[in-house]
Every structure is written in structure tokens, then in C-alpha cells.
Design a protein around this ligand. Structure first.
Ligand code: GUN
Length: 277
């Protein structure tokens, strides 16, 4: 029987544990406030930002919203970040991505103090992860490690294949699997024989951004399949990068879309915010 990894339940458990930890820290006089900045009003970003603020309220920490108009200049956004960096009442800063095209994303990411970089996107945070030092870890890959841990899946010594090399998911994912003693291969758009490489994996993490691209031909019998993709199809239904129906009987465990990796991202954001408290 294939295990369907329930990200909704696991993320709820993590948020409930964090709620207790927040209460303990508050009793010691500590507090946390997450600053959430959104530039423009991309509808998907508005939903994500709303969910992040709701999660803060649920675990008992403050959030402060900065809803800036689409025309905000890069300098104006940098000024807001500088102010929040210097504000001792703000413990975490998040700029919802994507930012409008006239703003350079890398410049924004680099301006957030690494001490408040709860998204884990700053080069200092990524560098710390790379050399095994303490620092904020990008939320989606950190969430995937929690899914594996809560599902009793040991990474040590396993063949791990990550498809996708983005700074937010693929690269940090590979580093986390390596840190857990996996043997890690990173695949991308130029990889030759993707099917052959992917089907070596004991643990296959798919983050390519193409709906249902990965079918049973890419998956070894008994593999664990983690699907990071999420796509709204023409019929209104959500699907992942993995063709769930074609893969599910071949693997030993798989994350569904929705309800797999997605809910873990916000839970791990909360984890980062609480750890900065
Ligand atoms: N846009 C899509 N995912 C994310 C995320 O994890 N953090 C931020 N800041 N923006 C995003």
C-alpha cells in the first residue's frame, strides 16, 4: 500500500507545537513580530500573504502588514526594509515574491538583515546552510525534510534525486538531503536521460514547474515521491508536477497536491519566526 503523506496534518501538528513554544517564550517576556511586505496586488500573492498572517495569529505572534502600491520604487522599498531592519520590535521580515518587474529581486533579498531573513533567501542564509552553520533555511525544502521525518523516512545513505535547481527549492533541498547523509543528484532542463537518472532515486523530489510531467517511467518501484509543483488546470482543479494517478501505485509514499508540500511552507515560516523570538 502506498502511503499518502498528509502535509495538512503534519503542518497542523507543527503549528500546534509552535503555539505551545510561543506561549512558553511569551511567559519569559519574549515576543515576535513578522513584517509582511507586499508590493502590488497580485491575487495569488494576496492569498499567500493572508495565509501567512493567519498562521501568525494562530500560533500567537504579531504580524504587521505593509501593502505597497505597484508603482513603489525600488528605493522606496529599500527604505522600508532599512527601517524594519533597524526596528528592534520586528523579529522577521518577509517580502512576498514576485516583486514588480521594475524592482530587482536580488537587491531586495540582500537588503533584509540575515538576522531577520525568515524566508532563508539571503546569500548569508544560503551560505550558512551550505557549510552546515546555523541560519534560516528556505521554508519549502525545510518543510519537505519535516515531511520525511514525520513519515519515518530515513534519508541516510539513500539515492536522492532532486529535479529542479532554483535558489528557493532545488538548491537548498539538495543541501538539506546532503546534510542528512543522502547521496544527492540534481537534475535540470539540460540533464540528459532524465528518466534514467530519476528512476535511480529512492527519494525523488520534483520541483520543475510543469504540470504532471513526471509519470511512472521516471519512478523506481518503491520510491518516495515528493511533489513541489502546484498548478491550476483549465478545469479549475489543482495538480502537481507529478502525474499522481500514474505514479501512486508504483511508489511507497507520495505527497498529494494539494495537501502535501504546500501547507508545510507556511508551517516552516512560522518555525523560522519562532526560532528568531
Ligand atoms: N512567493 C512564493 N513563495 C514564496 C516564499 O516562500 N516566500 C516569499 N517571500 N515569496 C514567495
Amino acid at each position: 500500500m502506498t502511503a499518502i503523506i498528509d502535509g495538512k496534518a503534519i503542518s497542523q501538528k507543527i503549528k500546534d507545537e509552535l503555539k505551545e513554544e510561543v506561549a512558553r517564550k511569551k511567559a519569559q517576556g519574549r515576543s515576535a513580530t513578522l513584517a509582511v511586505i507586499q508590493v502590488g496586488n497580485d491575487p495569488a500573492s494576496t492569498v499567500y500573504v493572508g495565509n501567512k498572517k493567519k498562521a501568525c495569529a494562530y500560533i500567537g505572534i504579531e504580524s504587521e502588514s505593509f501593502e505597497l502600491p505597484e508603482e513603489t520604487t525600488q528605493d522606496e522599498l529599500l527604505e522600508v526594509i532599512d527601517r524594519l531592519n533597524d526596528d528592534p520590535g520586528i523579529t522577521g521580515i518577509l517580502v512576498q515574491l514576485p516583486v514588480p518587474a521594475h524592482i530587482d529581486e536580488d537587491t531586495i533579498i540582500r537588503r533584509i538583515s540575515p538576522l531577520k531573513d525568515v524566508d532563508g533567501f539571503h546569500p548569508m542564509s544560503v551560505g550558512a546552510l551550505c557549510i552546515g552553520e546555523k541560519g534560516f533555511v528556505s521554508c519549502t525544502p525545510a518543510g519537505i525534510m519535516k515531511l520525511l521525518e514525520y513519515s519515518g523516512i530515513d534519508v541516510s545513505g539513500k539515492e536522492c534525486v532532486v529535479i529542479g535547481r532554483s535558489n528557493i527549492v532545488g538548491k537548498p533541498m539538495s543541501l538539506l538531503l546532503l546534510r542528512a547523509n543522502g547521496t544527492v543528484t540534481i537534475c535540470h532542463s539540460k540533464t540528459k536521460n532524465l528518466k534514467e537518472v530519476a528512476s535511480r532515486a529512492d527519494i525523488l523530489v520534483v520541483a520543475i514547474g510543469r504540470p504532471r510531467m513526471i509519470n511512472e517511467e521516471y519512478v523506481k518501484d518503491g520510491a518516495v515521491v515528493i511533489d513541489v509543483g502546484i498548478h491550476r488546470m483549465e478545469d479549475g482543479k489543482l495538480c502537481g508536477d507529478v502525474d499522481f494517478d500514474r505514479v501512486k501505485d508504483k511508489c511507497s509514499a507520495i505527497t498529494p497536491v494539494p495537501g502535501g508540500v504546500g501547507p508545510m511552507t507556511i508551517a516552516m515560516l512560522m518555525y523560522n519566526v519562532v526560532s528568531a523570538m
